[in-house]
Design a protein around this ligand. Structure first.
Ligand code: SF4
Ligand code: SF4
Length: 672
């Protein structure tokens, strides 16, 4: 006899257990079949292009921290706590059910005495959390309707199913308490509070009601389990696996296409051109919409939602599966009667959504299951480029890069015009030098950024830095070409040319003016065996100031809104260096916009955005407004693209007389 506890399968005929386990067999079969089908679909994807099984320990820790520990989920308060409530209840109630099964099937007495009391308290508390979580999720979708959250049939069905499983669990227990009035009833505090509603009901009615509710609870729970591989709930399994298989590349590096000369399909045309890992990741999507909430292109009402790129991939990949399951649900060819699948990159994805991406990484930073949106988008761009299906603006920029070696399309002879009248050491003259100052195409050709280039050179000269520039030997590093999907031009054109010139001067250390060049040299050239130490000018200037080699002393009374370049910040975690350099200038007050650092908002020029014309609002105007809302009368950034974008916004608003956009190097130079 148990001291405190309850009889398992109380009020149920012996046959109930037989039926229950037979049904469980069906559930396991359906689940296994669904799982097999999903794996079969993933296997239609191409082979992975990188090792996703290195450093198994670090990967396991990430699953524990980000997956089981919900680290990224909890970065958002309401959605995070809601998810945590449902998720933790899931685990606790699953374990509780397993304990009941172990006691019933193996005859091991577990649920007795104090353990039973703790068990019941836990089960009631987490059951309550489950219902609270489901309620919050439903209310958010029905009342507040945040843009990022999907609210279709699958979302509602799964939430209602989970809620119904929890509610019927409490009701079964409440009716049992009403019928038997056990001494331990108060520990089942939720069911015990419901039990009085059944007071006065005749016992035989209570017994029948209990049986009816028990079967309803069982069928709902089994139905939920069997539906997992066919619903969004599959993220429960695909999420941790996606986290485990996360890339170990540096954040700023795109996945290279190996053997680019021989690769017939460098990009994605059909959904199967994604790798199996990318297909699997699309199943990991929880539809939380955080990627969309952070996306500057979405905010600018462009066609892009990173969430939808992932969900469209999932939908296309699942078409085959569901058309086999429910043939009537598929679009049928009128002639053959066979299911038709719309073309993926032209029918399902819209080119405008793919070209709208600035590769700012905000989506990836936000995603709780580490989906790699940028690689997916760039892979589709690679497919467009290989099939010559690119917008005119991208075509023009790529043609200029190929023809003249810079996206401005200006002659190579003009690359050094900015240096007229300035003492700039040339690598060809110096032969040996400590730092190569890589000016970059924007710094060399864009009139506004030429001024920044001259400023940086004067600062380097003033600090006595041993440096040289390549002058006419410099060319484009290929960053925009790669992000526009022209992997061949990048690898075979730019990387090879840079490799040659770096080795001819035995270059070991490079200072870049542009965060895009910085990121490419730092994170992408090593993929091709070109390894140099790379410093962005903001870091280098911060260090020169710290060493006392340049001393900003003249006060500059300005309120400067600081803007994080995506390729310095999110792609390279360099947030403090440019701020420190700016704050070293006396008189300057640095204003932080609401969206800064990891959640900084892109200026709109990355990912080839500088060259593209995509329908929608101007991202740079949105960002400029955010900066001005801080009450600033100037912007501070350390990227030539950002500077161009803010200059454009200032001109658009006719604010040239009251607002200045400057590189941090210019504020420092002004203060000397
Ligand atoms: S990288 Fe930036 S622009 Fe591209 S989808 Fe992600 S958030 Fe949007
Ligand atoms: S891709 Fe990631 S961030 Fe976007 S909706 Fe899916 S899970 Fe959420």
């Amino acid at each position: 006899m148990k001291t405190v506890g309850r009889e398992i399968m109380w009020n149920l005929p012996h046959l109930a257990a037989v039926v229950m386990y037979s049904l469980l067999g069906v559930v396991i079969f359906v689940f296994a079949w669904g799982l097999y089908e999903r794996i079969r679909v993933y296997r239609t994807g191409r082979a992975e292009r990188e090792d996703r099984l290195d450093d198994l320990w670090a990967r396991t820790l990430d699953v524990l921290k980000i997956g089981l520990g919900q680290q990224k989920v909890l970065e958002r308060k309401i959605g995070g706590l809601m998810h945590l409530a449902i998720y933790s209840a899931f685990i606790v109630l699953f374990v509780a059910t397993c304990l009941v099964a172990v006691e019933y099937d193996l005859g091991i007495r577990i649920l007795d005495g104090p353990f039973y009391i703790a068990f019941k308290l836990f089960a009631n508390t987490f059951g309550l959390l489950l219902l609270a979580g489901v309620l919050v999720a439903l209310v958010r979708r029905a009342v507040f309707r945040p843009k990022g959250l999907t609210a279709d049939g699958d979302d509602h069905l799964q939430l209602l199913l989970i809620g119904a499983v929890g509610a019927t669990g409490f009701l079964v227990e409440a009716v049992r308490i009403a019928a038997t009035r056990p001494a331990a009833a108060p520990v089942s505090y939720v069911s015990n509070a419901i039990a009085p509603f059944f007071e006065g009901t005749p016992l035989d009615h209570l017994l029948s009601l209990h049986q009816g509710l028990w079967w309803t609870h069982l069928l709902l729970a089994f139905g939920f389990l069997a539906s997992i591989p066919f619903s969004k709930m599959f993220h429960l399994g695909a999420g941790p696996v996606t986290i485990f298989l996360r890339t170990s590349r540096p954040k700023g590096a795109l996945q290279p296409v190996p053997n680019i000369e021989e690769e017939e399909k460098p990009g994605v045309v059909d959904v199967e051109d994604f790798s199996w890992k990318q297909l699997l990741s699309s199943d990991a999507c929880t539809r939380c919409g955080r990627c969309q909430d952070e996306c500057p292109a979405f905010a600018a009402e462009m066609a892009l939602s990173p969430r939808d790129v992932v969900l469209k991939t999932r939908e296309q990949m699942s078409r085959d599966l569901f058309s086999r399951l429910v043939p009537s649900a598929a679009d049928l060819d009128k002639k053959t009667g066979k299911p038709v699948t719309p073309a993926f990159t032209s029918g399902v994805l819209i080119p405008d959504e793919i070209w709208a991406c600035t590769t700012c990484r905000a989506c990836m930073e936000a995603c709780p299951v580490l989906i790699e949106h940028i690689d997916m988008i760039v892979d589709v761009r690679r497919g467009y480029v290989a099939g010559a299906r690119i917008p005119d603006s991208a075509r023009t920029a790529l043609r200029k890069m190929g023809d003249t070696g810079n996206p401005w399309g200006l002659p190579q002879d003009d690359r050094i015009l900015w240096a007229a009248g300035l003492a700039v050491p040339l690598a060809s003259d110096r032969k040996e030098f400590e730092y190569l100052y890589w000016v970059g195409c924007a710094g060399a050709y864009d009139p506004r950024n030429q001024k920044v280039t001259r400023t940086i050179v004067s600062l380097l000269n003033r600090a006595g830095v041993d440096f040289a520039i390549l002058g006419l030997e410099e060319m484009c590093c290929g960053e925009s070409a790669r992000r526009l999907g022209e992997e061949g031009l990048f690898q075979l054109g730019m990387v090879e040319a840079v490799r040659e010139v770096f080795s001819s001067y035995n270059v070991k250390k490079v200072i870049t003016q542009c965060p895009h060049c910085f990121n490419t040299f730092r994170n992408e050239y090593p993929q091709f065996g070109v390894n140099v130490e790379v410093l962005h000018h903001s870091v280098f200037l911060r260090d020169l100031i710290a060493q006392g080699r340049i001393v900003p002393s003249r006060p500059i009374n300005r309120l400067v809104a600081f803007h994080d370049s995506c390729y310095l910040g999110r792609h390279n975690d360099l947030y403090d260096a440019p701020r420190s350099a700016l704050q070293a200038v006396p008189g300057i007050t640095v204003n932080e916009p609401l969206q800064s650092r990891e959640r900084g908002f892109c200026c709109g020029a990355g990912g080839g955005g500088m060259w593209l014309e995509v329908p929608g609002k101007r991202i740079n105007h949105i960002r400029f407004d955010q900066l001005m809302r801080t009450g600033a009368n100037a912007t501070g950034s350390s990227c030539p693209y950002c500077l161009t974008m803010f200059d454009d916004a200032i001109k658009f608003h006719n604010l040239e007389d009251s607002v200045q956009a400057k590189d941090i190097a210019e504020y420092i130079a002004e203060s000397l």
